[in-house]
Each structure stands twice: as structure tokens, then as C-alpha cells.
Design a binder for this molecule. Sequence first.
Ligand SMILES: Nc1nc(=O)c2c([nH]1)NC[C@@H]1CN(c3ccc(C(=O)N[C@@H](CCC(=O)O)C(=O)O)cc3)CN21
Ligand SMILES: CC(C)C(=O)C(=O)O
Ligand SMILES: [Mg+2]
Length: 287
Amino acid sequence: MSVQSHTKRLTAPDIARKKGGEPVVALTAYHAHTAKIVDPFVDLLLVGDSLGMVMHGYETTVPVPLDLMIRHAQAVVRGSEKGLVVVDMPFGSYEESPQVAFRNAARVLKETGAGAVKLEGGTHMAETIQYLTDRGIPVMAHIGMTPQSVNVFGSFKAQGRRRSEWAKFEEDARAISDAGAFAVVVEALAELLAARITRQIPIPTIGIGASAECDGQILVLEDLLGLSPRVPKFVKEYAQLGDAIRNAVSAYADDVRSRQFPGDENTYPMLDDEESEAQPEPKTASR
Ligand SMILES: Nc1nc(=O)c2c([nH]1)NC[C@@H]1CN(c3ccc(C(=O)N[C@@H](CCC(=O)O)C(=O)O)cc3)CN21
Ligand SMILES: CC(C)C(=O)C(=O)O
Ligand SMILES: [Mg+2]
């Protein structure tokens, strides 16, 4: 257990300063109650667009609307006090132009109180990252396997496992770093490539399926809790909450059916002075 002491919320520059130091600990959070539980242990809470898949049953992150991200981000900000809250810009909300990206990212910061946004893409998003950063919006980049491009990639699969693919990802890392991103998520990249990128850029690399060579790690909370029906190879399940929920709900259903629940301890009796007069109607009484 390592609860971090704190006085105020971490900022994007606080995260940037952790480059090369003790690893940055990050997790996704989609709600107030989980944010509150997670917050003491992490540096950064990501309101990821994976919430579309995890919470809302979409097959990919592509359909997620900006308004849904904002609703969840408001809850996470209310539930947390120490971690930097970063919000994923969903597919379609930033790619068109730096101006559209600014308008939507400004909405996110104004309406949620989050401290930064994250967007997917390398060289082709550098201009937008610079535009937002210059205008007061801290940007976390996201390179490697970028789930919003699943329709281009064809599936969610690891990248950079052949040396011939390295140059493209190294250019992406350099471009987003030069453009002013304060950190970068590096997703599903071969270990050797993640290590090279981490050495080559001056901002923290936050890995997901990108080895222990990164400056920090992030996972989807529900995945590490054992709540996701299928998890990628890079997930370690630290609990089996899916099993715990099944057991609890099954016991509840049995208790209701056998009238074991609610018991006397869950029931309101009449007040003492009324007890003697209290005559319940028989269960079969007709009206
Ligand atoms: N719950 C959850 N956890 C995640 O980590 C996550 C999401 N959702 N949604 C957005 C993206 C999608 N992610 C994924 C999803 C699946 C694989 C996966 O299973 N990959 C396999 C097979 C890929 C293939 O079809 O070839 C692999 O071995 O890489 C990886 C990353 C990571 N992100
Ligand atoms: C997995 C993380 C990096 C993410 O982008 C998400 O949860 O949407
Ligand atoms: Mg995402």
C-alpha cells in the first residue's frame, strides 16, 4: 500500500517532471465512486474512451460521443482530489482541424474541471497538439496501437514487432514531443521499441502493453479488477471481482426466493409504544 500524501491536485507539468524518475502510476476511471477509491494510489486518472466498450457495450471506441465523455469526466473530477484527471477526446471530435479540436477540448476543460485532454495520433496530430498547448490546453498524446483507428488497422493488435516498423513510431514520438505534449501513452508496442522511444523523448512514456521500459504504466481499471469478460495479454488481473459479483448476486437471489432476506435486522418494526396494537394484515388478504 502506497498512499501518496498531497496538498493539491497534480498538474500536467507535475507529471512531465516525473520523466526518468519513479514510475508514473495511472489508471482509467469512469465514475465518482471508483475515482474516489483509486485516487489516493495514482498520479493520473484517465477518463478513457474505452468506457464506451467497458460501460456501454460498444464493440469499439469509435461510436463514443463527446457529451458522454464529458458526463463521465464530471463524475471523476467530483470523486477525486489528488490525481490529474485526463479526458480522452473521442473519435471525430479533434481530427478535422486544430480549430475544431480546440473548441471541443475547451468544452471538456470548462465543463468538467479536468486538467488535460488526450488524443490519438503521431506526426499528423502534431500541429493540433501545438495549437492546443499554445492556447492553454495540456495534451497527452497516444501512439502505437491507436484504438480509434481500428477500422484502418483491421483489429486491435500489437505494433512494432518488426524493425521495419520502428521508424514510423519513432517519428510519431518525436513529433508529438516537439509539439508540446506533456506525456504520451504508448500502446501495445514491442518492448525494444518502447525502450528506444522512452530514451529518445524528454516526456514520460506511459505504457499499456508496452513493457516495463516505459516511464509509467496505465491499465483499464475494470481489466485489472477481473471485471472484463476478455482481457488483452498485457493485463494482469489483481482481483476477480466478476466472480465476487456473481457469488453475491446468486446468494441474494437464493435468499429472496427462500425469504431469508430481508431479515429482522433489515426490517423496520413499529415504534415501541405502538407494538401491542400492531396487527399485520394476513398475507393472503384480498382488497
Ligand atoms: N477493457 C479494455 N481494455 C483495454 O485495454 C482497451 C479497451 N478496453 N478498449 C480500447 C483499447 C482496445 N484495446 C485492446 C483490445 C484487445 C487487444 C487484444 O486482445 N489483442 C490481441 C489480439 C489482436 C488480434 O485480433 O490480432 C493481441 O494478442 O494483441 C489489445 C488491445 C486496448 N484498449
Ligand atoms: C487504455 C487507455 C490508454 C485509453 O486510451 C482508454 O482507456 O481509452
Ligand atoms: Mg482511449
